[in-house]
Design a binder for this molecule. Structure first.
Ligand code: KG4
Ligand code: ZN
Length: 341
């Protein structure tokens, strides 16, 4: 029997410090330290994020190795997020990964964070089947909104993307208008469960067939709320569930319309979602309905692999490792990196 491959994945692109150990395609541990500090400021403060990464990285890695029940000497390689993300945050993970790989004298593997969100679908889990190539992936996070055609593990093509805000920003900025703390996406999801999605109607943007735009929607929501508050100062408190349900319904309908267009254009009916916003219950439900009604086969990641996590970095590292795609120690972090790079 071939020796198992153990990869340590390290993720530090934004405000979550995470480390994970994978054995071949199976996750043994996936530790995430969220940085609470940013809620106070209503968004991620880059300077504070790098500092928190610096504090968290050693204990998070130690915990991931301990939970996996291995020794660091068992590791075959270290994979880390090279970008895209906040430079100061990326540098912490990059430097740490380099030093550890050098110390253990094992290969170093750089991973593209956006590819990793998609490749999370190849983590082996009981009851899940990975999507077959080619498939379409709706990649929806706090920084990106894209429809990607995935022809192979590292062969991806962007078919459409946002021309302004990312969908995660649309959730978070709407939540801010409602006075909810950062990140507001999960809170909108929570209150929406108790509300009527048809209570209020918001105008959907008009952009290219496969492109997205969310900045107009955000402004529309802001004007609507301001107008209602002039009539009733308690409008938000009295209607929070209905407002959240209506916002979420509008955003998810925009996403579903676009992915429907992409299926029509490409004829590809294997549809996956990835990224933090794929944790949203409404998009998960609507995609399941699409499977039933339109004969798509849909792929919804396990909840813990949706928002930023190192499990997705570890699986990407594994897929590179088996092809001997190692990085040189001179590799540098990159704040801007396309899913195709
Ligand atoms: O992928 P991710 O963890 O970080 C980036 O790479 O951006 O995505 C974070 C985004 C945030 O905007 C957050 O509000 C959103 O994902 N998010 C959600 C939900 N969970 C996380 N948005 C809507 N509903 C959710 N349940
Ligand atoms: Zn992400």
């Amino acid at each position: 029997m071939e020796k198992p491959v153990y990869i340590l994945g390290i993720e530090s692109s934004c405000d979550d410090t995470s480390a994970s150990v994978i054995c071949n395609e199976k996750i043994l541990s996936n530790v995430v330290a969220n940085q609470e500090i940013h809620a106070k400021y209503g968004g991620v403060v880059p300077e504070l994020a790098s500092r928190a990464h610096q504090q968290n990285i050693v204990p998070v890695v130690q915990q991931a190795i301990a939970q996996a029940n291995i020794k660091k000497e068992d590791l075959s390689a270290i994979a880390f997020t090279r970008g895209p993300g906040l430079m100061g945050s990326l540098l912490v993970g990059t430097s740490f990964a380099k030093s550890l790989a050098l110390g253990l004298q094992i290969p170093l593997i750089d991973v593209n964070h956006m590819q990793a969100h998609i490749l999370a679908h190849f983590i082996k889990e009981e009851g899940t089947t990975p999507p077959p190539f080619p498939f379409l992936c709706l990649t929806i996070s706090g920084g990106h909104t894209q429809i990607v055609k995935v022809s192979d593990y590292f062969k991806m093509e962007i078919l459409g993307e946002t021309i302004d805000d990312a969908v995660g920003e649309a959730f978070d900025k709407s939540a801010k208008i409602l006075g909810l703390p950062y990140p507001g996406g999960p809170l909108i999801d929570k209150y929406a469960k108790l509300g009527n999605p048809k209570a209020f109607a918001f105008t959907k943007p008009k952009v290219g067939d496969l492109d997205f735009s969310f900045s107009g929607l955000k402004t529309g929501i802001l004007y609507f709320i301001q107008k209602q508050q002039r009539i009733n100062p308690n409008f938000i408190e009295e209607n929070l569930n209905d407002i959240c349900a209506s916002i979420q319904y509008t955003i998810v309908t925009i996403l579903m319309d676009k992915i429907k267009n992409a299926v029509k254009h490409t004829g590809i009916k294997h549809v996956a979602i990835a990224g933090g916003v794929s944790a949203n219950s409404e998009i998960r439900n609507r995609l399941q309905l699409a499977q039933k009604h339109w004969g798509w086969s849909t792929y919804i990641p396990k909840f813990e692999y949706t928002t930023d996590n190192a499990g997705m970095i570890a699986i990407s590292g594994y897929l590179k490792y088996i092809n001997n795609q190692y990085s040189d120690v001179s590799v540098t972090a990159k704040a801007r990196l396309k899913v195709t790079e």
